[in-house]
Design a protein around this ligand. Sequence first.
Ligand code: NAP
Length: 265
Amino acid sequence: MKVAIVHNSEEKSKQVTKQLTTLLEQNQIQIDNRQPELVISVGGDGTLLSAFHRFNHLLNEVSFLGVHTGHLGFYTDWRDYELKELVESLCIHHEKSTSYPLLDVRIRFRDGKPDKHFLALNESTIKRGNRTMVGDVFIKDELFERFRGDGLSISTPTGSTAYNKSIGGAVLHPSINAFQLTEIASLNNRVFRTLGSPIVIAHTEWLEIKLQESDDYFVTVDQLDIYQENIASVCYRIADERIHFASYRHMHFWHRVKDAFIGED
Ligand code: NAP
């Protein structure tokens, strides 16, 4: 098996990467940062997001596995003191994998420029400088509402515990093959009206946000900021591709949510 390791800049992650590399080599597992079959991230959920964007051109061939150097994360199953068990399990169970939905993001332009295409693991947002963003929300090509406010967030099920949760979105179990539209500070009064609550959109449906003409929109895809002029609309759907995780251990999802946000009794 060929393994790539992606770590963040913290000293602890660098040390853990060194230990992990030694253990992998001792077990005849090859390090290959170009064409890996398994990508191990060492750091936090943010590091796993970076690893995903580095290797998302190989999604059909690679699985991911996250080692957390702090608390347990949502994409990070293993703790930094469990490296020996991790490597042992790689030698035994490496064929097993679980997969989660990704968000397909397509930016369309007014000036005939080709569309830009991205995959998001957590979410994509649309915002507009310091001015009110105005966008028509189409679901399956039918106008649903005209949104006015700070912006919109469109998240995957596994991204529902990230930015989406901070802006009042629901937490979705990752086995649900759907995506969520959540408002960011919508303007709601006697003149302007939106639904005002997050909505969950099926994998058979798609969303298009048609933007009022302006040059100060910015779109994010996970931790990537994409500033583009002449954006006409942004289209979202569940991607054909999925992210595969090497599932050497399963943890009850709601236990993980409780552990992250509520804590033990
Ligand atoms: P960051 O600002 O360094 O980290 C954001 C925090 O979000 C970290 O604590 C990270 O956990 C956590 N996180 C990432 N994915 C998560 C998930 N699926 N469920 C629960 N928590 C998650 O940013 P970053 O490391 O570059 O990551 C970018 C992500 O940060 C974005 O996709 C967005 O979802 C999130 N974010 C959240 C807010 C907010 O909640 N107000 C604001 C900006 C960005 P670790 O500590 O384990 O890395």
